[in-house]
Design a protein around this ligand. Structure first.
Ligand code: ARG
Length: 592
């Protein structure tokens, strides 16, 4: 699964160049037409425009050009050297209102756009699309299922379930932006032998009072394991109880419901703080009534084997341990329920992609799972992706999980909010609505640090780092947004898109607009490889580009026409940062 993701059409093509745009802008369109026609007339080779479009890149340094055509792939089709193709095509170029110059550098053709025209085009797009800038309809009629967070009942929501929730929510939003119908599923771990254990523990040591919090449930669970070391009969008892539960027995079902309600209350509290929602809370228990059918299909496909009285799919041939389907007492397993859930989701949603946002320690599980689906003859197993991610490591001793301590997420989030409040109080003592802003910034800092680096990397959690307003952090991006809002307030009028874009003639202005233009590309690339960090990285680039601009040029000056034009640019940057923050689940404060 991981490997397939990298072979994506949108990965970097040659060296440091990046793909330019999936939806044609008029500048790329002009280049594509020129190249298609010239290749036809110079070499008598007919190429599809969409093929050429895929080759267009953005050079790493703007001085080299605004768009580039590397001629390596053309070389194969035209059967000439890339250098020669570049040279020949370059000679025949004529400037127009979109592209004003082309320079041949070795095997590359580098195009320079008409800057005024480019700025006008990009700012108009942003101004007319507003909150919708960056979206497209390429996914129309298609569906993506995202399975995220998916914590286990009767335990605290763990840090990795939060990471999964944050990454999953972003991936969900990215695909919604691309026009897909998305189904966000919380595949709760609410079934399995552990519930038998919990029932036994509760009946034996639960006391008179009905438990009301996860801590109590968790303690019961831990006590079960301790006592079972000396008294193995407890294990048998728990298996019987789970069996009863699977068969729909009243007493066990009622207890199970109680445990689930207690857990959901705590989970929802944290999801609310993070602004995370789901379309479905169909956990493992949901599939109980469908498991027999799935097992039957496995049997019919001749895949089931008996091993120590358990039914398994042997995966020796694929160098994997067997996938357990039914235990000797007929109880189902995690994998059984995942296979069943996948079949159900395909039937129900007819997805084009299904994404499992689950930590990398479950790599083997998902490899086995996909192999079994393949052996069952399902072609759509190719469209199932294990989107894995690294661990969260805490620098702070107090939060170390090593000594068996659990980091309580609610405490973590509250701590972040109160630290943010302190910092804001110091920076801006008279700020209105400080609590709400501290909330947005404290939560935002955590979201951002989680999504900033490639998801497979571990997150090294460090308070000073994530809340540093000058670092590459959530607060920094939020602060940039707030500052743009404040410039516009100071300007005192509504930005007028009619202002003359030709006045934006500084290099910094053009570079900033180029970054804005690439925002939809960042969304597309991030979605394609399920990597929110690509979008986050692009937001950071926009902020840094903005800051160089801000340091070089005065936005509000005595020159009122220039001020009007600059304010339009500032307003467009504000809009794009806002869109980006919302996409990853952060709130964009208008003051800070
Ligand atoms: N509940 C599982 C765990 O905490 C994660 C479930 C992920 N989703 C899935 N369809 N397997 O380990």
């Amino acid at each position: 699964m991981g490997e397939r993701i990298n072979e994506n059409a949108f990965s970097e093509q040659s060296g440091e160049y990046k793909l330019a745009r999936s939806v044609m802008n008029p500048f790329i369109k002009r280049i594509v037409c020129f190249v298609t026609e010239s290749v036809q007339s110079a070499f008598d080779v007919e190429l599809a425009q969409c093929e050429i479009e895929k080759l267009i890149e953005v050079p790493p340094d703007y001085k080299m050009g605004d768009y580039a055509l590397p001629c390596f792939i053309l070389a194969k089709q035209v059967k000439r050297s890339p250098q020669m193709i570049a040279e020949k095509l370059g000679v025949g170029f004529e400037a127009d209102e979109y592209i004003k110059n082309v320079v041949t550098t070795g095997p590359y053709l580098n195009f320079f756009v008409n800057r005024g025209m480019f700025i006008r085009h990009v700012l108009h797009c942003i101004d007319s699309e507003k909150d919708g800038f960056g979206t497209s309809d390429e996914g129309e009629g298609k569906c993506v299922v995202v399975d995220y967070s998916s914590p286990n009942i009767a335990k605290h929501l763990a840090v990795h379930h939060m990471r999964s929730a944050l990454i999953g929510r972003s991936i969900y939003n990215l695909y919604v932006a691309l026009g897909y119908k998305c189904c966000g599923i919380n595949h709760l771990g609410d079934w399995g032998t552990q519930f038998g254990k919990l029932i036994v523990a509760y009946k034996k040591w639960g006391g008179e009072e009905t438990p009301s919090d996860i801590e109590t449930l968790y303690k019961l669970y831990v006590r079960f394991h301790k006592e079972a070391e000396d008294d193995p009969s407890l294990e048998d008892e728990s298996r019987e109880w789970f069996k009863k539960l699977e068969n729909g027995d009243d007493e066990s079902s009622e207890l199970w419901r109680l445990f689930k309600d207690i857990s959901m209350k705590e989970f929802d509290k944290i999801y609310d703080m993070l602004g995370i929602t789901f379309d479905y809370y169909t956990g493992e228990s949901f599939y109980n009534g469908m498991l027999d059918d799935t097992v039957e299909r496995l049997k019919e496909s001749g895949l089931l084997e008996l091993s120590d009285n358990a039914q398994v799919v042997n995966l020796d041939k694929y160098n994997m341990p067997p996938c357990l389907i039914r235990k000797s007492d007929d109880a189902s397993l995690y994998a059984t329920r995942d296979i069943c859930a996948a079949e159900y989701r395909k039937r129900e949603f007819d997805f084009d992609k299904m994404v499992y946002v689950v930590g990398s320690e479950q790599k083997l599980h998902f490899k086995q799972f996909k192999k079994v689906l393949e052996l069952m003859g399902y072609e759509w197993q190719d469209e199932c992706y294990h989107v894995d991610f690294g661990l969260v490591k805490f620098k702070d001793e107090k939060m170390s999980t090593r000594k068996g301590k659990v980091v309580l997420l609610e405490d973590l989030l509250n701590e972040s909010i109160s630290r943010a409040r302190e910092i804001i109080k110091e920076k801006n003592p008279d700020l209105d609505g400080r609590d709400e802003i501290a909330d947005a910034v404290g939560i935002g800092a955590i979201i951002f640090s989680d999504l900033k680096n490639k998801r497979i990397k571990d997150v090294n959690f460090d308070w000073d780092e994530i809340l540093n307003f000058d670092g590459e952090t959530g607060p920094y991006v939020q602060y940039t947004h707030a500052r743009l809002c404040s410039i516009i307030r100071k300007y005192g009028k509504n930005p007028d898109i009619g202002a003359d874009p030709e006045l934006l003639s500084e290099d910094e202005e053009f570079l900033l607009v180029k970054k804005l233009e690439q925002y939809p590309v960042a969304i597309k690339r991030a979605a394609d490889v399920f990597e929110p960090s690509i979008l986050v990285g692009h937001l950071l680039e926009i902020c840094s580009s903005l800051n160089s601009y801000y340091n070089q040029c005065r936005i509000i000056s005595d020159d009122s026409s220039l001020t009007d034009s600059r304010i339009v640019l500032i307003d467009c940057v504000r809009q794009v940062i806002k869109n980006g923050l919302l996409m990853i689940g952060m709130r964009p404060p208008d003051r800070m």
